[in-house]
Design a protein around this ligand. Structure first.
Ligand code: NAD
Length: 452
């Protein structure tokens, strides 16, 4: 997937010979080149060290049988840099045993290669009855978020909380580990993902996890939405690309590129959900995946904000995602085993000056995920959200230069993300192999300092 044209002239400069020399002399940040997913290429640049004494080590070893694994032998082989390190902390049941994190990771900190992946596995604290074990499991979060801030060269660290009664063989964990242990999660850093006790089936081909699925993406004519359409199609889905009628030509171009269907549609129209339902029922066997990506900003300080700006942002960003799902459920057009993926924002987590309307909608989207998780679970449908940080799009290219550069650098990876980084996370959520992943909000922000 080609990267969006970047206006990050600083990054380009410090990557050049003289620029790199100058940056190191002056101690300026030098953004690393992130390793991204390429079909057919190894998921990581080096072997993965697997350790820990919990209930997940053995299942994980089997789930990752096609990875180059080094199991519990205390280090990389010779001078070889590690591509990743996975530590099963589910065996840690007391504060004292947390030293196991130190013992496993500390010796590896100088052996990590470019874009290496650290993953900590723990048991979901809220579901642990034993007081000491609950506290120890919760401590994993502070460790992971802190070590992520110490990593260099595009390396990241994540925490996965697994339900105490995880399905046999921890099948629900496989898609999450493969997402995290690959370039697909290049701009996802210091996140916590919760896995339920549901079983999940591996796809016939991990490079085509959405094979045979029908996906609808709103706001697909440009920006992040256009890339979501491309990635879902690359992963095997038939994509219905929806956008406002005025987006006409751009929308057709996206639909043609992905061999999908263009659907001119204003998501705020009262009959929008009904129209989608009619289309998927007449032309397909219903809808498997809906990605509520369409979004707008109408920024003003609250003192200067007119009601029109407030209402239009509410209508597109929050009311439409709810109405579409309600209508699809009412029309019985969303298939069992399907997925809803919503697009929030770090502005909905940290808040943003001039964005009371936008911030409210993007936090509301998180509420939508929380509220609908149990409702949709009854139909075996998952719901999750991505919360992008600074992503290189036309929207962020319009931000004044100084603010834009600050936005790029104020995260652990010292750069803006690409639209493909958001799209990869969405495809991970959308896959049937992620049936055990529901109710999550994953930030795609390079561990932005905003709202951390
Ligand atoms: P964009 O403005 O480039 O694209 C948004 C698309 O949504 C456009 O094609 C637009 O026509 C469409 N749209 C708007 N109103 C619509 C409606 N009523 N019906 C149907 N389509 C409609 O924006 P983007 O940067 O690609 O953002 C995509 C999503 O990501 C949005 O929800 C946005 O809030 C979110 N987001 C973006 C960033 C970023 O850095 N770019 C950061 C956080 C969150």
């Amino acid at each position: 997937m080609p990267d969006a044209p970047s206006t990050d002239f600083y990054a380009a400069f410090v990557k050049s010979g003289p620029g790199s020399f100058l940056a190191s002399r002056l101690g300026l940040p030098q953004p690393p080149v992130l390793r991204r997913y390429q079909p057919g290429k190894p998921a990581l640049a080096g072997p993965v060290l697997l350790g820990g004494k919990g209930r997940l080590v053995e299942p994980v070893r089997e789930l990752l049988a096609d990875y180059d694994l080094v199991v519990n032998n205390g280090g990389a082989r010779g001078a070889e840099k590690l591509g990743g390190a996975v530590f099963d902390a589910t065996g840690i049941t007391s504060i004292d045993e947390l030293v196991g994190l130190y013992e496993f990771f500390a010796p590896q900190m100088r052996s990590l290669g470019n874009s290496a992946r650290l993953v900590v596995l723990g048991t979901t604290p809220e579901l642990i009855e034993d007081l000491d074990e609950h506290i120890a499991a919760r401590a994993l979060e502070g460790f992971t978020r802190s070590v992520a801030k110490e990593l260099r060269d595009g390396a990241t660290a994540q925490l996965v909380y697994v339900h105490p009664d995880a399905a046999t063989g921890a099948s629900g964990l496989a898609s999450t580990l493969r997402f995290l242990l690959s370039g697909k999660s290049a701009y996802v850093d210091a996140q916590v993902i919760r896995i339920t006790d549901k079983d999940a089936t591996a796809p016939a081909d991990w490079d085509k996890p959405l094979a045979g699925k029908v996906a609808l993406v709103t706001g697909a004519a440009r920006g992040i939405g256009a890339t979501i359409a491309e990635v879902l199609s690359r992963d095997g889905a038939h994509v219905i690309a929806a956008d406002i009628p005025a987006a006409g030509e751009a929308l057709s171009a996206v639909a043609n590129k992905v061999g999908g269907t263009a659907l001119p549609l204003d998501v705020t129209a009262e009959d929008a959900g009904k129209k989608i339902a009619e289309l998927v029922k007449s032309r397909h066997n219903g809808l498997d995946i809906i990605v509520n990506n369409a979004g707008i900003t109408r920024d003003k300080l609250l003192a200067n904000m007119d009601e029109g700006r407030w209402n239009s942002v509410m209508a597109v960003n929050l009311k439409a995602p709810k109405q579409l799902v309600d209508a699809l459920l009412a029309e019985d057009a969303l298939n069992e085993g399907g997925a809803v993926v919503d697009v929030s924002s770090i502005a909905g987590i940290a808040g943003n000056r001039g964005q009371t309307n936008y911030g409210a909608t993007k936090a509301g989207v998180i509420g939508l995920v929380d509220a609908y998780t149990p409702v949709l679970a009854k139909k075996n449908i998952t719901i999750n959200a991505v919360a992008p940080g600074f992503i290189e799009t036309a929207m962020t290219a319009a931000i004044p230069l100084a603010t834009r550069q600050a936005g790029r650098l104020m995260n652990s990876l010292q750069q803006g993300g690409q639209t493909v980084d958001v799209a990869e996370t969405i495809s991970f959520f959308a896959a049937p192999s992620s049936a055990a992943v529901t109710g999550n909000v994953v930030r795609v922000c390079g561990q932005s300092l905003l709202g951390a």
